[in-house]
Design a binder for this molecule. Structure first.
Ligand SMILES: Cc1cc2nc3c(=O)[nH]c(=O)nc-3n(C[C@H](O)[C@H](O)[C@H](O)COP(=O)(O)OP(=O)(O)OC[C@H]3O[C@@H](n4cnc5c(N)ncnc54)[C@H](O)[C@@H]3O)c2cc1C
Length: 342
């Protein structure tokens, strides 16, 4: 018997399940996760396996997103712990971020309040063309491995996973369902009953290379580009090189000229990548589920039952998604006043 359905098995859906269990105290056996794609799958309509993925300064500076980032950074260790420690695909590594223009006080003041080992890079050490830089210790995800381990853990606690493509949000309501969490990512654009025209893709192409000698992150943010180097924990030395932020580009194809551009930018940013011959293991593209106006975390009633939307995490689902799940579950508790019955 399912009382709560989480539609979507990407990182936002899994974080939401975690928040339901740990914060609203919903019994795992009362939760069903439905997804066309589940951990282990690869599809251009399933963004989570394609992420870099680390905690970085990619997210916008509004108060909500800053609080989602902070909540995730400071609480995700609890998930790492129950999943068995760093080998689950979540570890901490050093990071350096540079900006061509100062990112603003809102961002920096927020980050310096909680990032481990936060330091501003002295201006004499900034690379040519950059205006500001910070170093800190960050979270690095091995996204496919972390998703798989997170699912296995949740299944062991009693959560059910069901593969099903829905054509209308109403199909998510099973007998006895009191609430549905809509965590469909880019799918929110086309799912009937939701069809959110504010949702759009921000395409990114990445390279997976073998570079066990690189164990630190480095990012550079420009007005119209993002260059990033992200080691993948517990992967036998894989390194993610990126990237692109292409709005409204729906293609999952990859392009040789983008590969060359990524290699040029990342090896300029970190020349020691080329201390070993560059071995490209994979070239991939993913669609960040962006949304005009930012993430949608909202509750509504559908035939006296709760529908709680939780999507639109764009390029920050891993680093902000636990905070999003926390807020969505708070809405469930305050709007639905149903958690005590589950
Ligand atoms: C190249 C790239 C690099 C990135 N790097 C980072 C990073 O370093 N750090 C970071 O935090 N984020 C990063 N991201 C962003 C991150 O990947 C996304 O924010 C996150 O994966 C979104 O997760 P989601 O759960 O909302 O969506 P998804 O992972 O797409 O999951 C959606 C779920 O909903 C299901 N679904 C959708 N429609 C339906 C339907 N009609 N019926 C049934 N099921 C449906 C899908 O099958 C799936 O299970 C990156 C993304 C890309 C593309």
């Amino acid at each position: 018997m399912s009382n709560v359905v989480v539609l979507g098995s990407g990182i936002v859906g899994l974080y939401t399940v975690w928040s339901l269990i740990t914060e609203a105290k919903v019994k795992p056996s009362k939760i069903v996760v439905i997804g066309e794609h589940l951990p282990g799958d690869l599809s251009i309509n399933y963004t989570s396996p394609w992420a870099g993925g680390n905690f970085s300064c990619i997210s916008p500076n509004d108060a909500d997103t800053l609080s989602f980032d902070k909540f995730t950074y400071t609480n995700v260790a609890k998930i790492q712990k129950v999943l068995g420690g760093p080998s689950c695909g979540l570890d901490m590594k050093p990071s350096t971020e540079f900006w061509d223009e100062y990112p603003g006080d809102a961002k920096i003041n927020s980050l310096k309040g909680y990032l481990k080992d936060f330091k501003v890079v002295p201006s004499s050490e900034l690379p040519a063309g950059t205006a500001f830089g910070i170093t800190f210790t960050t979270w690095n995800f091995n996204c496919p491995l972390f998703l798989a381990n997170f699912r296995t853990y949740l299944e062991k606690t009693g959560v059910s996973f069901r593969r099903q493509k829905l054509t209308h949000i109403s199909q998510a309501y099973l007998p006895h369902t009191v609430a549905v969490f809509n965590c469909t990512g880019i799918g929110a654009f086309s799912l009937s009953g939701v069809k959110d025209s504010k949702v759009y893709p921000t395409r990114g192409q990445v390279l997976v290379v073998k570079a066990p000698h690189i164990q630190e992150n480095r990012m550079r943010w420009g007005a119209d580009y993002a260059t990033y180097i992200i080691p993948r924990p517990n992967s036998g030395g894989k390194l993610i090189l990126g990237g692109f932020l292409q709005k409204d580009n729906w293609t999952g194809d990859t392009f040789e000229e983008e590969t060359k551009d990524i290699i040029k930018r990342t090896t300029e940013l970190m020349p020691k990548i080329l201390d070993q011959p560059l071995e490209i293991l994979a070239v991939a593209a993913g669609l960040r589920p962006s949304r005009h106006g930012g993430v949608r975390i909202e509750a509504e009633k559908v035939e006296e039952k709760l529908l709680i939307h939780n999507y639109g995490a764009s390029g920050y689902g891993y680093q902000a998604g636990l905070g999003m799940g926390h807020k969505a579950v708070q809405l469930f508790q305050t709007t639905g006043k149903v958690s005590a019955k589950l």
